[in-house]
Design a protein around this ligand. Structure first.
Ligand SMILES: [Zn+2]
Length: 254
């Protein structure tokens, strides 16, 4: 029996006999990541972080299972970039409801979405779905679990130093030489509120970045990626262990 915490690699014999409590759903996107990272970057990262965290949690006795990753994210701001494949929030909500229903009737009553794409936002979907399911729903953006400034110098948020380092660690064969990458320069908004971060409008990607990246990957290294992935995976493992043990009807201090 190998890795019973990875559903895609498990057999019915293993699954039938394992009392899983927590399902982890990696959720990525299919989109351009500058000139040096693959379209599956967000999916590869969320799947790998989920697997690493689940392994650590499993070793501590938590009955977690990582589901196959969803490879499509919200990319309405990138529809004019070739083969950025958008899945609308309403479609994601329908998919989430179907998966939660499967888990509900099969007795797995805790679900964690492990999100790897900035355009995905599951909180409103969860607010809508939670009253209709017995599955306790939660969501984590893996790239926000640990303060990136602990490891990285350039804090751009798309195909920059963070994502490039993590991909160099996880999937080095899929990372092109950094001298092929653009610098990921982000054009600033003319709107003061947007620049200062207290007003928001979705970024029109082709107008914000020339190379589809936001953040300079130049200082990325596999060692930084390994360090960040380890810190993140350990914290998520702690969450999974707590969630495994938690009573969904008694989640708050008295
Ligand atoms: Zn990404």
């Amino acid at each position: 029996m190998t890795a019973p915490y990875l559903l895609a690699a498990s057999t019915w014999r293993t699954v039938e006999s394992t009392p899983y409590t927590v399902a982890v759903l990696p959720w990525g996107a299919t989109e351009a990541h500058n000139y040096h990272l693959p379209y599956a970057t967000d999916t590869i990262q969320s799947e790998a972080i989920a697997a690493a965290a689940a392994r650590l949690a499993w070793e501590r006795g938590a009955k977690v299972v990582v589901l196959p990753a969803v490879p499509f994210g919200v990319n309405t701001g990138q529809l004019d970039i070739k083969l950025c494949l958008n899945m609308n929030p309403a479609t994601q909500a329908a998919l989430l409801a179907d998966l939660a229903h499967s888990l509900d009737v099969q007795g797995v009553h805790k679900l964690v979405i492990l999100n790897g794409h900035g355009g995905n936002d599951f909180r409103q979907m969860i607010r809508e779905l939670q009253p209709r399911t017995r599955v306790l729903l939660s969501a984590i953006n893996w790239y926000k679990v640990v303060d990136p400034s602990r490891v990285f110098t350039d804090l751009g948020d798309h195909a920059g130093e963070l994502e490039t380092s993590v991909m160099m660690h996880l999937a080095p064969a899929l990372v092109s030489p950094l001298d092929e990458a653009g610098r990921g320069v982000e054009r600033r908004s003319k709107l003061t509120g947007v620049r200062e971060g207290w007003a928001w409008t979705p970024r029109r990607w082709t107008q914000v970045s020339a190379d589809t990246g936001i953040g300079d990957p130049a200082l990325a290294t596999p060692a930084k990626g390994a360090e960040f992935a380890r810190l993140v995976s350990e914290k998520i493992a702690d969450f999974l262990v707590e969630l495994d043990a938690a009573d969904a009807d008694d989640l708050y201090d008295r």
